[in-house]
Design a protein around this ligand. Structure first.
Ligand code: UGA
Length: 439
């Protein structure tokens, strides 16, 4: 079996690398020559735990290749994955131009039957457009080659992508022919050992499943954040409430953590895109409008607490920040709450000293202010009036509190991820604030 994966972003690279790891011959393709040259030299465009090793090993064994040319590798491909980006368009809808450009290339060069699988997150109806684009290109070239389209949305989480791909809860595949179904069943067979299941369905349902899953998860987060804010006002503790409701198996205990809002490349974009699909079809998704609004507000909740603590005047203060990426184990800064927090701080006249274990290199591209990037978490604390914990990296969990206190001007902590124990910190002489705990 030969596979090509077009697009070496997050999803494409992880898919290509993991498929090659079970012995499949994979070529990853990208139009970005620099990216491909780097990958051929073993340099990865993203940081993802475990990915580099898998890429190196399989590239060395010759079953994972990188190229800029679809034409060169399409000849004997059985399955072609489209995993290029679908950025947010001006109106909030997913921009399909890259997906359709790849479809055009496939139609131009396909020589034998293949299944063309969309792995990028695309709105319902996109596979039909992919099919049309391939057909149009073939007609233009005066050729007719049989092919099928399929939808195989990806559910992996950044920071845990390899494990999510290798041992997924489920694989969702939308197909419209028996031949495509068999090919994809065969492809994913090596993973059946891990006991997961493939759920076959029709293509629109597979496309909708991806959006509905992310929108549901985003809704859970905004719901918990809203409840957390109320907990503060009524003297309840969101952590206890979470344990209480999470023990109901119908609710489940995962993904119920209150914090400073969701970020990343997926939830914000997918929520908007789904709302857009709703509007296009005359059905506004009112729930998601509120989910988004609550999330935008939540990103600044810690800043407002800090501002309130200092009586509305932060000018001249030095504030330390621990964590800049939208979540731990990634250098991804897209839609990270830290971007808005830093912006608000700088505009309030604060001197910001930030540290992140990995995203520190990526951060200046997203933070348009001249702030201090510290060498380590302790350096960030020097002379600080307060510490804001924005990303729950493991290494921030158990710091040397005595040293923290010595370095800071005032022992004041605002924990945006509820990772510290209030009693313990107060016992050590800190003034401690977190999310959703009244009192
Ligand atoms: C998310 C989904 O979890 C994946 O299943 C999906 O495949 C992916 O989007 C995608 O569409 O590609 P990801 O964006 O990598 O994955 O990150 P998550 O771990 O889901 O976290 C998203 C955001 O929610 C983060 O900002 C995180 O801090 C926040 N979050 C998560 C909470 O505030 N509370 C929680 O309980 C969980």
């Amino acid at each position: 079996m030969k596979i090509i994966v077009v697009g070496t972003g997050y999803v494409g690279l992880v898919t290509g690398a993991c498929l090659s790891d079970v012995g499949i011959d994979v070529t990853c393709i990208d139009i970005d020559r620099k990216k491909i040259d780097n990958l051929n030299e073993g340099i990865l465009p993203i940081y993802e735990p475990g990915l580099e090793e898998i890429v190196h090993q399989n590239a060395q064994k010759g079953r994972l290749k990188f190229s800029t040319s679809i034409a060169e590798h399409i000849t004997d491909a059985d399955i072609i994955f489209i995993a290029v980006g679908t950025p947010e368009g001006e109106d909030g809808s997913a921009d399909l131009q890259y997906v359709l450009a790849v479809a055009d290339q496939i139609g131009t060069h396909l020589e034998q039957y293949a299944v063309v699988v969309t792995k990028s997150t695309v709105p319902v109806g996109s596979s039909v457009r992919v099919k049309e684009a391939i057909g149009k290109a073939m007609a233009r070239e005066g050729r007719q080659v049989p092919f099928d389209v399929a939808s195989n949305p990806e559910f992996l989480k950044e920071g845990a992508a390899i494990n999510d791909f290798m041992s997924p809860d489920r694989i969702v595949i939308g197909v419209e022919s028996e031949q495509a179904r068999k090919a994809l069943e065969q492809l994913y067979k090596p993973f059946l050992l891990n006991g997961f299941r493939i759920i076959f369905m029709d293509i629109p349902s597979a496309e909708m499943t991806k959006y509905a899953a992310n929108a549901m998860l985003a809704t859970r987060i905004s719901f918990m954040n809203d409840i957390a804010n109320l907990c503060e006002r009524v003297g309840a503790d969101i952590n206890q409430v979470r344990t209480g409701i999470g023990s109901d198996p119908r609710i489940g205990n995962k993904f119920l953590y209150a914090g400073i809002g969701y970020g990343g490349a997926c939830f914000p974009k997918d929520v908007k895109a789904l709302m857009n699909t709703g509007e296009q079809h005359g059905h506004a998704l009112r729930i998601l409008e509120v989910v988004e609004e609550v999330n935008n507000r939540q990103k600044l909740v810690l800043f407002h607490k800090l501002e309130k603590h200092f009586g509305g005047d932060l000018a001249g203060k030095t504030i330390a920040i621990w964590g800049l990426s939208f979540k731990p184990q990634t250098d991804d800064m897209r839609e990270a709450p830290s971007i808005l927090v830093v912006d608000a701080l700088v505009k309030a006249g604060v001197k910001v000293q930030a540290y992140d274990p990995i995203a520190i290199k990526e951060a200046p591209r997203y933070i348009p202010h001249d702030i201090t990037y510290a060498e380590d978490e302790y350096k960030a604390l020097e002379g600080a009036d307060a510490l804001l914990l924005l990303t729950e990296w493991r290494e921030f969990r158990l710091p040397d509190w005595e040293r923290v206190k010595e370095l800071m001007k005032t022992p004041l902590i605002f924990d945006g991820r509820n990772i510290y124990n209030a009693k313990e910190l107060e016992g050590l002489g800190f003034n401690y604030f977190c999310i959703g705990v009244g009192g």
